[in-house]
Ligand binder design. Structure first.
Ligand code: AGP
Length: 606
């Protein structure tokens, strides 16, 4: 998704901004550009394609100590050199980079064209540059930009540079993240802290409706109405090295391998072996508040939603509270009933997913109680929720979620045990689950150590264009996550079905060329799942079972067995081989594993 980075200080801006663009590459984009100010002029370079293609225009040679840069993910107008950001006014004095969508762009474009502006792109963003040029009355740049934003309907994270005001850059936020980075006699900003950590970990998150004047020696923030706001800097808890690929060929593989440590951090200080429960310091809801909870609704998108589906099963099983997960992107549009005795939970790795944020805001507006399960500290969803459970999984760079899916599900387990132990979950059951969580990272490590076996399973997909992923109850959420991983990174068509649903339609598609991956825990639904396996085999479909050791009344074409831990937590372990399976199928097919086509790491637009 689009990325912004900016710099003002004493150093040459271009190398800093280009390095920042490389840091934003993981988010997904189709073009990149940069504008550097110096000696009363702006120098702009932009290009369709990767940042390395922008590098061929040699923007690193642009001299100047302030500038802005951008990676674009097309919304208005095809990916092309002319639609890449920055966009300038007709004179080339002002340049703008923008994340988001200007909803009234067509009307503004018509008005500006009538006033003689000549547009050189198909983007909505270009209207900003012309508006600012027309509205500049010599006031401070932040006032001019603020006035121009008054004409805009839509969402934005925005940065503006004026060649003739070398001491100030202006950024503004409404619905799309922007973070200021505080340096020593220099300032940075970005839409993602990943672009800042090499230079500073001291950051200030802008809120919606805020505008900031950024100067080398500091910043001032205000609302669009002109009221000064006071911000408190916070610290990014990640080191620059955490963003490196290290010995791994792909970030996805690295992040899969990091899971034992990531899970240890999610669990850190949260297991209470005295009362055999969990301790969740980020919750502002006390025992009495939590006892009043009659229903739980979990919201997220993509893998975060599916981690929520695992969590819903855990909460319903362990706490006996009706719990349900729903895609946040659906919830926000359907005028949902928000009840005071429902606990709402937003799950998000980035904490910036627009649909999830909109769902959180809708729930809050209707008076609902919400907590966040979020990875990025200080992110918008985390701040909007105001309470919750941080994953502490470390940065996730690959577009596909792996370690944060697992850590979100672990955070859900912590919450489920907490809610359960306030109700009918016994001390003995609490102890059993707390013990299992203590050894969970080691069990994950043991599965990862058997990667060559899983790589062999991937051979079952040779010649396949379609696959089924099948599971029951929590196993279905794991199957759905396995299918999501496979389609994202291998581009194979993968469908997840509840095991019981196959005979109601999808069996018609079973063939020798359609492998079915069956999530098959040895639990009280094992016999039912075996019937499903028989149904598939009877129609000639190859079956790959992800299961526990033990006699099975049927033989699988291929299988991967992992030791059972505890039935409630086993789905978390059954997921690990599916991540590696997707990775190895993608490796065999030679796809772009870390940046799959058409996908962005963090979907910050509608
Ligand atoms: C999953 O592999 C993807 N990364 C995607 O589905 C992701 O989970 C979704 O876009 C939500 O992102 P979030 O966790 O940052 O909110």
């Amino acid at each position: 998704m689009c990325g912004i980075v900016g710099y003002i200080g004493k150093r040459q801006a271009a190398p800093i901004l280009l390095e920042g663009l490389h840091r934003l590459e993981y988010r997904g984009y189709d073009s990149a550009g940069i504008a550097i100010g110096g000696k009363g002029k702006l120098r702009v370079a932009k290009r369709k394609g990767r940042v390395r293609e922008l590098d061929t225009l040699q923007p690193q040679k642009f001299k100047g100590t302030f500038g802005i840069a951008h990676t674009r993910w097309a919304t208005h107008g095809e990916p092309s050199d002319r639609n890449a950001h920055p966009h300038c006014d007709g004179s080339g004095r002002y340049a703008v980079v923008h994340n988001g969508i200007v909803e009234n762009a067509a009307a503004l474009r018509a008005q500006l064209t009538d006033r003689g502006c000549i547009f050189t792109s198909d983007t909505d963003t270009e209207v900003f540059a012309h508006l600012i040029a027309l509205m500049d009355d010599g006031s401070p740049l932040e006032s001019v930009v603020g006035a121009a934003l008054g004409r805009i309907v839509g969402a934005y994270g925005l940065a503006v540079v004026d060649a003739e005001r070398p001491d100030t850059l202006v950024v503004a936020r409404n619905g799309s993240p922007l973070v200021l980075g505080i340096g020593d006699g220099e300032m940075f900003f970005a839409s993602d802290p990943a672009a800042l950590v090499r230079h500073t970990t001291s950051v200030v998150h802008l809120d919606d409706g805020e505008i900031a004047a950024v100067r080398a020696d500091g910043y001032e923030t205000r609302t669009l109405d002109g009221a000064t706001t006071v911000k408190t800097p916070s610290t990014i808890p990640w080191k620059d090295e955490a963003f490196e690929k290290g010995e791994y060929t792909h970030y996805m593989r690295k992040e899969i391998a990091e899971q034992p440590d990531a899970v240890r951090r999610t669990l850190g200080g949260r297991l209470d072996t005295r009362f055999q429960t969990t301790h969740l310091g980020g919750l502002q809801l006390g025992a009495r508040d939590l006892l009043d909870v009659r229903r739980v609704k979990i919201l997220g998108c993509g893998a975060a939603y599916l981690a929520g589906a695992v969590g819903a099963h855990l909460i319903e099983t362990l706490a006996r509270i009706p719990a349900h997960a729903e895609p946040a992107s659906e919830f926000r549009y359907r005028n949902a009933v928000v009840e005071r005795d429902t606990l709402y939970i937003a799950v998000s790795q980035s904490g910036e997913t627009f649909d999830t944020l909109a769902a959180v805001q809708e729930i809050k507006r209707k008076g609902g109680r919400i907590l966040g399960i979020v990875n990025v500290v200080g992110s918008t969803i985390a701040r909007e929720c105001g309470q919750g459970i941080y994953l502490h999984a470390g940065p996730e760079v690959a577009v596909v979620s792996t370690k944060t899916f697992t850590c979100s599900a672990v955070a859900m387990a912590l919450l489920a045990i907490h809610l359960g132990r306030l109700r009918d979950l016994s001390v003995a059951s609490g102890a059993r689950l707390v013990r299992a969580l203590q050894v969970l990272p080691d069990h994950i490590a043991a599965i990862l150590a058997r990667e060559p076996e899983i790589a062999q399973l991937a051979e079952a997909f040779a010649g396949a264009e379609h696959a089924f992923y099948v599971g029951r109850a929590a196993g279905h959420a794991i199957a759905a996550e396995g299918a999501l991983k496979l389609k994202e990174v291998s581009y194979l068509h993968a469908e997840a079905y509840p095991a019981s649903e196959l005979k109601h339609g999808p069996l018609a598609l079973i063939s020798l060329q359609t492998p079915s991956v069956v999530v098959l825990p040895r639990d009280d639904l094992f016999a039912k799942n075996i019937s499903t396996v028989e149904e598939i085999k009877a129609r000639g479909g190859p079956v790959i079972a992800i299961t526990h050791p033990g006699e099975a009344p049927t033989t699988f074409d291929r299988s991967f067995e992992i030791p059972a831990l505890e039935p409630e937590l086993d789905p978390l372990l059954l997921n690990i081989p599916l991540q590696l399976l997707a990775y190895h199928v993608a490796l065999q097919r030679g796809t772009n594993i870390d940046q799959p086509r058409n996908l962005a790491k963090s979907v910050t637009v509608e």
